[in-house]
Design a protein around this ligand. Structure first.
Ligand code: PCA
Length: 203
C-alpha cells in the first residue's frame, strides 16, 4: 500500500515553501504503508496534471496535498474545494485566471474525504495548533484539491483525498508582523495528520 503527499514550490517571491519542507521531513514508511512524496509546481494546470498522472499510474490509497497559507496561525485541514480558479497574484508561470471553472460543467464543490476532525485532534495531541478551514481559497491549492476530489469521485480503485494548509514557518517572517510556526512543529503536526489518514485506510 502507498499514499502520496505533495508540497508546493515557493511562490509569491518567497524562497521556500513550508509545505514542501514539511513533506520532506516525513518518514519513508508508516505502519507498512509507503509514503511517496512529490514537489509540485505552483501553477494552474500542471500542478493538477502531475498529481493526476501519478494517481493514475501508481494508484495510491490516499493523496494528501499540502500548501502554504500565509497569515494563518494553525495547521488547517480543508473541508471543501470549489470549482473556480480566481487568482489574486499570477502563478509561477504567469497565469492569472479570473472566475474560471476548473472543470467545465462539473460540480460546484466537493467535500474532503480525509478524516478532518481526527486529523485536527491528532495535530493538537502532537502539541501543534490546528483548526478546520472552510475555504481553501481560489488559487492553486484549491485547484489541486478540486481536481483530486473530482478524480476520486469516479476513480477505481477508490482513494481518499482533501488538503492541508500550513502557516508560514518562522524563517519566512523575520522582520514581518506575520504569524508563523517553527518548521519542526509544522513537520510534527503534518506527520500526526498523515498517521491518522493511514490508520483510516487500514481499517
Ligand atoms: N499555497 C498556495 C498555492 C501554493 C501554496 O503553497 C495556495 O494556497 O493556493
Amino acid at each position: 500500500m502507498k499514499i502520496l503527499v505533495t508540497g508546493f514550490a515557493p511562490f509569491g517571491g518567497e524562497d521556500i515553501n513550508p509545505s514542501w519542507e514539511a513533506v520532506k521531513c516525513l518518514p519513508d514508511e508508516i505502519d507498512g504503508v509507503e509514503i511517496c512524496r512529490m514537489e509540485i509546481p505552483t501553477e494552474f494546470g500542471t500542478s493538477g496534471d502531475v498529481v493526476l498522472d501519478f494517481v493514475r499510474r501508481e494508484k495510491p490509497c490516499a493523496v494528501i496535498p499540502v500548501g502554504e497559507a500565509g497569515g494563518r496561525k494553525h495547521i488547517t485541514p480543508e473541508r471543501v474545494a470549489i470549482n473556480v480558479d480566481d487568482a489574486r497574484i499570477p502563478d509561477n508561470s504567469g497565469q492569472q485566471p479570473v472566475d474560471r471553472p476548473i472543470v467545465e460543467g462539473a460540480r460546484e464543490a466537493y467535500f474532503s474525504t480525509l478524516p478532518v476532525r481526527k486529523m485536527i485532534a491528532a495535530i493538537e495531541d502532537a502539541g501543534v495548533p490546528a483548526q478546520i478551514s472552510n475555504s481553501a481559497g481560489t488559487y492553486v491549492c484549491n485547484h489541486v484539491m478540486y481536481r483530486l476530489l473530482h478524480e476520486a469521485n469516479t476513480a477505481k480503485p477508490p482513494f481518499i483525498t482533501g488538503f492541508i494548509h500550513v502557516p508560514y514557518c518562522e524563517e519566512q517572517v523575520t522582520g514581518k508582523n506575520e504569524p508563523a510556526l517553527p518548521m519542526k512543529d509544522i513537520c510534527r503536526g503534518l506527520e500526526a495528520a498523515v498517521r491518522v489518514v493511514i490508520k483510516e485506510i487500514m481499517e
